[in-house]
Design a protein around this ligand. Structure first.
Ligand SMILES: [Cu+2]
Length: 118
């Protein structure tokens, strides 16, 4: 094997490895879209924002920022949190489209809606 041929072979294999790596990276990017998330804070007896619109598959996380316990309860029984103390979180992933109204079972005047549309 000549020196020039060895160099050429090395360059070709490096190039091939590079192409393979790029296609693997492209596959990974296609296979794993970033998971969608949305956040609702509970502050001063209010869900903020009271109406949130998301795409199907989005995980919504509520965080209680009040010094008082709250809950997050779906009016249609789709989801129900335990009692959330200060700083506690509750998450629910909305797989299906629709309009999901919810309230705090401890303070029923606290209401919110998650709208899921494609
Ligand atoms: Cu409450």
């Amino acid at each position: 094997m000549t020196k020039a041929f060895k160099i050429l072979t090395f360059q070709a294999s490096t190039l091939l490895a590079g192409i393979l790596m790029m296609s693997v990276v492209a596959d990974l990017a296609r296979a794993a879209p970033a998971p969608s998330t949305a956040a609702v804070s509970i502050d001063n007896f209010t869900f903020k924002a009271p109406v949130v619109t998301v795409r199907p598959g989005t995980t919504v996380t509520w965080t209680n920022g009040d010094d008082i316990p709250h809950t997050v309860v779906s009016k249609d029984g789709v989801f129900k949190s335990k009692v959330l103390d200060t700083g506690d979180r509750f998450s629910f992933t909305f797989a299906k489209t629709g309009q999901f109204s919810y309230f705090c079972s401890l303070h029923p005047h606290m209401t919110g809606t998650i709208i899921v549309k494609a």
